[in-house]
Design a protein around this ligand. Structure first.
Ligand code: NAP
Length: 346
């Protein structure tokens, strides 16, 4: 007999934010266990993303994953201010932003954070992440062959200068929590050894076809909350992040079968799986129907243990965001960014 799903939401699709599961991080901060992505993948204009944030707020979304490099923090700031004027309490929001790669180093972090705060119209961030562990950057909309001529491999001493400046943001009260993104086990091992304030989150690519079991286990074992980017397999990702061998989570027969059982979209299955596995998914959408369905996935019937197992077995180790544009002169291939043999690639 097919499972029936009773959505504890209003007929307009709204979900009571108090019903959305939460995660308590290692520093005691409490984060909504699902967030809304805000990266327009170089194709969705800032105003459209800001409109989605307004719709999201009205539907019950309270956690927003922002970043300076997404180029839309000013308009998102207006949307958040409008939400707060409309009665959403700041303390009920969870706002993440990220330090872009061209602002690494002890002297640039504070100004970068203050700019994001100004643009987002906030006096503190709930979470500030180092977006990538390298100071290597690219302009908006570049192709896969674009390279930063000054790009360098990971240098731990340099990363620690950036991290010390991140720690000062906490001391100054500009941000409540700090974390990392796109890290690997060897890099996190060094950071955990040297940090005075530990990262509470690592934002990483996670979806059924890319489960990263080893890194996932490592961060959980070290009380670092995994936040899952591209949780639906990023079907609209930029051209530079597409390869012929990529697979599509939303077309996976196992996911489709479970979606049919639950009478929901395969996207909802990916999100339920993410939540039940213990990661915090941050799906992107500018479609009000999808925004409502994605949040409802967090409060409706969970997957069964056998469905969870079937998805676990569907891993294809298919990394979509390979990061070629961050490679340095002399690097062999995108694999060098991810320390696949357990050593930091130099
Ligand atoms: N830290 C990092 O380095 C990093 C890297 C990548 C991404 N991120 C973050 O993660 C967020 C999410 O990742 P992502 O944008 O790459 O990919 P994603 O969330 O996996 O996929 C987004 C795509 O899925 C579609 N979609 C959303 N809900 C749907 C539904 N219910 N049914 C059908 N289609 C649906 C959206 O189209 P519609 O708009 O039409 O719904 C959009 O094209 C980003 O926005 C960003 O905040 C972080």
């Amino acid at each position: 007999m097919p499972n029936t799903t009773i959505a504890p939401s209003n007929s307009d699709g709204r979900v009571d934010p108090a019903l959305v599961p939460q995660k308590t991080l290692s520093n005691g901060a409490v984060m909504p266990a699902m967030g809304m992505g805000t990266f327009g993948s170089d194709s969705v204009p800032p105003e459209k993303v800001a409109d989605a944030v307004k719709v999201g707020l009205s539907l019950g979304w309270r956690h927003f994953d922002c970043a300076a490099v997404y180029g839309n923090e000013t308009v998102i700031g207006h949307a958040l201010a409008q939400g707060i004027q409309g009665g959403v309490r700041r303390q009920d929001l969870w706002i993440t932003s990220k330090l872009w790669n061209d602002n690494h180093g002890q002297d640039r972090v504070e100004a970068a954070c203050e700019k994001s705060l100004r643009e987002l119209r906030l006096d503190y961030l709930d979470l500030y992440l180092v977006h990538w562990p390298f100071p290597n950057h690219h302009g908006p909309g570049v192709g896969v062959d674009s390279r930063d001529p000054h790009a360098r491999p990971y240098v731990h001493d340099n990363f620690m200068k950036t991290w010390r400046a991140m720690e000062r943001l906490v001391t100054r009260g500009l941000v409540r929590s700090i974390g990392t993104s796109n890290m690997t086990i060897p890099k996190l091992t060094l950071l955990l050894r040297d940090a005075q304030i530990r990262p509470v989150v690592n934002e990483m690519e996670l979806h059924p076809h890319f489960q990263q079991p080893e890194l996932f286990r490592f961060v959980v074992d070290n009380q670092i909350q995994p936040v899952a980017y591209s949780p639906l397999g990023s079907p609209a990702r930029p051209e530079r992040d597409r390869s012929a061998s990529d697979t599509a989570d939303l077309d996976d027969p196992v996911i489709l079968d479970i979606a049919a059982q639950h009478r929901c979209h395969p996207a909802a299955v990916c999100l339920k799986w993410a939540l039940q596995r213990g990661q915090v998914p941050i799906p992107f959408s500018v479609n009000p129907k999808n925004l409502a369905a994605n949040l409802q996935a967090a409060v409706t019937e969970p997957l069964t243990a056998s469905e969870m197992l079937a998805i676990e077995k569907s891993d294809r180790n298919c990394r979509l965001i390979k990061g070629q544009v961050f490679l340095w002169n002399g690097a062999k291939s995108w694999e060098d960014l991810w320390d696949l043999d357990g050593e930091i690639a130099l």
